[in-house]
Design a protein around this ligand. Structure first.
Ligand code: PHE
Length: 453
């Protein structure tokens, strides 16, 4: 672990370590479970194409802006906002962005850990050799899990403890080491699975479903969901990227790094989609199964393919790895704030964070069964948390970041910090200033029923 001279603060071992951990944060359940279930239930291509557009025009520029704030501010999300606001003569109220991020990350973590727990449960089932032969059995298998808060709570506890445990060990020793080992394995398994999808599944059907343009499917709801997912899949607006950026050295190019992260995250999403939908169509299953999609369809596919048990083990292991590295980045913003603000030891801060998230997670487990009747705006707690975070908190926080870096920090300082060469800087700055904020606002307006086009 190296320490920067001006600030007693750890930094990543090298540039690749940063790329790796940021990919680790971005690539997770979002790219696999959430992308496929939302694309599946939102008509496929409409969702996928809007998502890709949002990633390019809103996600990439914002990712760079968020890394930039972290690196310039050298602190946890609240402190990084305070430091940069002070340096650039802006109001300390901008620290609210850090607060929204940190607390939003904990909200996401509470249900993220539960869904990761489902994956752990299915990994366990694959290991002990549970086989589902029919679609009805696969659906029943998922229902059994969703109906059992104790089983869900158990796996939620395991996953949350593992994630917090890594953060307790520290940024470089814990997070970096975990990502270094996990990310390469993850890519390997994914490529294998996609090839498998080509051999035993219906890849042409999957490609048509994902990429054929169907204008009539572009409803306001789908557009908002797709934009929200661009934020979710790139870990934007929740302090995660900001806090990782704060451990980044000054020499690393933010632009190149961000391109790697966006490329990897999008590639994993598309590859997962192709693998999952080719298997789904190949076995005549329904793409619109909802949050249980991968758990209702894939075990059936696995049961019918040669070597399916091994593929299942690999698949769930891969998803669990990906979820773990993302969950870690959801814990880190708040823990770094606790340690830096109050001088508490990292281990204590990490376990102190574990407790409230664990409790909220238990409530999420109950929201699928005993507490299903308890709804917020017609949604159970699980859906309410996910929709609130991805459709409201993340875009609003992203909008604030775009305005802050694009309009408030000062062009000269931003140019110096981001170190983009040639025409790249004016292009990025233009998109950050106008295209990204306008895009977010338009999607919101469109959803409130006001459509200028
Ligand atoms: N990007 C992660 C995923 O796709 C989720 C995440 C969101 C992680 C926000 C950190 C912050 O699974």
């Amino acid at each position: 672990m190296s320490q920067s001279s001006s600030f007693v603060r750890s930094t990543w071992s090298n540039r690749w370590a940063f790329v790796l951990v940021t990919i680790g944060s971005a690539v997770g359940l979002g790219n696999i479970w959430r992308f496929s279930y939302l694309a599946g239930s939102s008509g496929g291509s409409a969702f996928v194409l809007v998502y890709l557009l949002c990633v390019a025009l809103i996600g990439l520029p914002l990712l760079m802006a968020e890394i930039l704030i972290g690196r310039r501010g050298r602190g946890n999300p609240v402190q990084a906002m305070l430091n940069t606001a002070e340096e650039t003569g802006n109001s300390p109220w901008w620290a609210l962005v850090g607060w929204v991020g940190m607390l939003g990350a904990l909200l996401i973590l509470s249900y993220y850990s539960v869904v990761s727990g489902w994956i752990a449960d299915y990994l366990y089932q694959a290991v002990v050799g549970v086989r589902v032969e029919t679609a009805a059995a696969a659906e029943q298998g998922f229902r059994d899990l969703a109906d059992d808060p104790v089983r869900m709570g158990f796996w939620h506890t395991v996953v949350l403890t593992l994630s917090v445990g890594v953060v307790a060990r520290g940024v470089v020793a814990g997070i970096e080491a975990a990502s270094r080992i996990m990310m390469p394995i993850l890519f390997l398994i994914l490529v294998l699975l996609t090839l498998w999808g080509c051999v035993v599944g219906d890849m042409p059907a999957a490609l048509h479903f994902m990429f054929d343009f169907k204008a009539e499917a572009l409803t306001p709801g789908v557009v908002l969901a797709a934009m929200g997912h661009a934020f979710f899949s790139l870990s934007l607006g929740m302090g995660a990227i900001m806090v990782y950026g704060s451990y980044l050295d000054k020499k690393t190019s933010i632009g190149q790094t961000s391109l790697w992260v966006v490329g990897a995250s999008t590639l994993v999403g598309l590859l997962s989609g192709m693998a999952i939908f080719s298997l789904t169509f190949g076995y005549g299953l329904a793409p619109a199964a909802g949050p249980g999609l991968i758990l209702q369809t894939l075990p059936l596919a696995f049961a019918h393919m040669p070597g399916g048990r091994l593929v299942a083990i690999f698949f769930f292991l891969f998803v669990l790895f990906a979820a773990w590295t993302s969950a870690i980045s959801l814990v880190e913003p708040f823990v770094s704030w606790l340690t830096e603000r109050y001088g508490i030891r990292r281990v204590q801060a990490a376990w102190g964070t574990w407790a409230p998230v664990w409790l909220l997670g238990l409530a999420v487990c109950l929201s699928f069964n005993h507490w299903a009747e308890f709804t917020i705006a017609g949604l159970n707690l699980f859906d309410a948390l996910d929709q609130f975070a991805s459709k409201i908190m993340m875009p609003l926080s992203g909008l604030a970041i775009a305005i802050y870096v694009g309009w408030m920090m000062g062009k000269a300082l931003v140019r110096e910090e981001v170190q983009l060469r040639g025409g790249a800087f004016p292009l990025w700055f233009l998109v950050l200033r106008y295209v990204a904020p306008l895009g977010i606002v338009l999607v919101f307006c469109h959803n409130l029923g006001w459509t200028p086009w």
